[in-house]
Ligand binder design. Structure first.
Ligand SMILES: *[C@@H]1O[C@H](CO)[C@@H](O)[C@H](O)[C@H]1NC(C)=O
Ligand SMILES: *[C@@H]1O[C@H](CO)[C@@H](O)[C@H](O)[C@H]1NC(C)=O
Ligand SMILES: *[C@@H]1O[C@H](CO)[C@@H](O)[C@H](O)[C@H]1NC(C)=O
Ligand SMILES: *[C@@H]1O[C@H](CO)[C@@H](O)[C@H](O)[C@H]1NC(C)=O
Ligand SMILES: *[C@@H]1O[C@H](CO)[C@@H](O)[C@H](O)[C@H]1NC(C)=O
Length: 357
């Protein structure tokens, strides 16, 4: 079984990324027009790659200065690519794995990255709900670009720009997507292990060897004009990666001198990262890994997350730091995994400094 998992790991990741891309694409389809207030005018630079007059139309600039933060702690920013109408996912993340605010001398700050829908009209339901959500939770950052699949590069670099500008004390960034469960306890432990003494950044699953798809009718088609090389540079699986926040500022600063490419993981963690000579550190053997079961059709496994939650595992930690959750069960499954993890952690007395929001 383990061997089988290893053998198919790359494939699982690739398919996972494709599934994520597909799901982001397929969900961003609301139609309205909105009026947004620019609260980002303290920024002097108004370009984002080749997007001129870039603005934060929604900004919660105080996220990293929250009173709950312990100023003697280091800061980890959890940057989540989210789609406008994924209210349930954001709800579940805030109340489960995103509710861990401090752990082992680290402050954890959660941000959700969104774009606009220029076709939405004032008073639109989705728009209003996002505004209410932002007022209540103060964790949404929205840029003035269309929230579409081919604009994910903007979303990604907006996150880098935001962290460099409004969270300059952050040391580490975790980038993930809003259909993931992330074991925040393990993430802090991985950060301590990977970043404490070594000069590392971009700890992730290395997607090297991936090639642009040249079949014109394929959804993932990339023309030779858009990307002439035969294969992509090493890049991080965007499902989840960890990096030094200092590199976000560096990479953001070269981003507008580089030809735009719409596959954000390739552009940001591959092309731009290489321009800055920042190394990527592959970690797919240990725990920066996804739960394979929902893609169990590779080997016919049928166990679901809810089955797993109801078992007495007799272990003290989840084998995976990241678990993609099927959308239809996102709330249920996130709560079940989170409760299980907390029980395991309490049992092991490993939770030193545990605060729930
Ligand atoms: C911090 O606390 C003070 C009062 O205790 C309050 O006025 C302020 O709004 C709080 N700041 C944040 C970012 O929560
Ligand atoms: C901040 O963390 C330090 C070190 O862990 C601890 O001694 C201190 O009590 C904490 N302060 C607050 C306000 O929680
Ligand atoms: C990306 O966003 C910009 C700015 O809103 C918009 O002009 C452009 O059409 C968007 N591109 C796609 C592919 O949606
Ligand atoms: C870490 O790497 C950078 C270049 O990537 C280099 O400038 C720096 O001196 C290195 N620091 C240590 C402690 O090795
Ligand atoms: C790129 O951004 C920098 C500031 O970060 C700015 O000074 C420069 O003019 C920009 N270059 C282009 C080509 O937009």
């Amino acid at each position: 079984m383990i061997k089988l998992v290893s053998k198919y790991r790359r494939q699982i990741f690739t398919s996972c990324v494709l599934v994520l891309w597909f799901s982001i694409l397929s969900r961003i389809n609301d139609c309205f027009q909105s009026t947004h207030e620019d609260v980002g005018n303290e920024l002097h630079d108004d370009t984002l790659v080749n997007l001129y007059n870039f603005k934060f139309v929604l900004n919660n600039a105080a996220i990293c200065k929250q009173n709950a933060s312990n100023h003697t702690h280091s800061s980890l920013v959890i940057m989540i690519h989210s789609a406008r109408d994924h209210f349930s996912e954001r709800y579940a993340i805030r109340r489960t794995w995103g509710s861990l605010k401090t752990y082992m001398n680290w402050n954890l700050h959660l941000i959700f990255l969104l774009g606009i829908d220029s076709k939405s009209h004032p008073g639109n339901h989705v728009e209003n709900r996002i505004m209410e959500e932002s007022n209540e939770h103060k964790d949404i950052i929205m840029g003035n670009f269309e929230d579409t699949y081919h604009n994910l590069t903007y979303k990604h670099l907006m996150g880098y720009k935001w962290v460099s500008t409004f969270c300059s004390n952050a040391e580490i960034i975790l980038k993930t997507d809003d259909d993931m469960f992330a074991d925040t306890f393990q993430i802090v432990e991985i950060v301590l292990e990977e970043f404490r003494n070594a000069n590392k950044s971009f700890v992730c699953v290395d997607m090297h060897g991936n090639k642009p798809i040249r079949e014109v009718d394929n959804k993932w088609y990339v023309s030779e004009e858009t990307f002439p090389d035969e294969s992509y540079p090493s890049f991080c699986s965007g499902v989840a990666y960890l990096m030094r926040a200092a590199d976000a500022a560096k990479i953001y600063s070269v981003s507008n001198k580089t030809k735009f490419f719409w596959i954000d993981d390739v552009f940001v963690t591959g092309i731009l990262r290489e321009k800055y000579d920042v190394l990527l550190h592959n970690r797919d053997e240990v725990s920066l890994e996804i739960w394979p079961n929902i893609y169990g059709y590779f080997w016919g496994e049928t166990e679901t997350i809810i089955d797993w939650c109801s078992k007495d595992l007799g272990i003290n930690q989840l084998s995976y730091a990241f678990i993609p959750i099927p959308r239809e069960n996102f709330i249920r499954d996130s709560f079940c995994i989170w409760n299980k993890i907390r029980l395991m952690r309490y049992a092991m007395h490993t939770v030193v400094d545990f605060k729930m929001k």
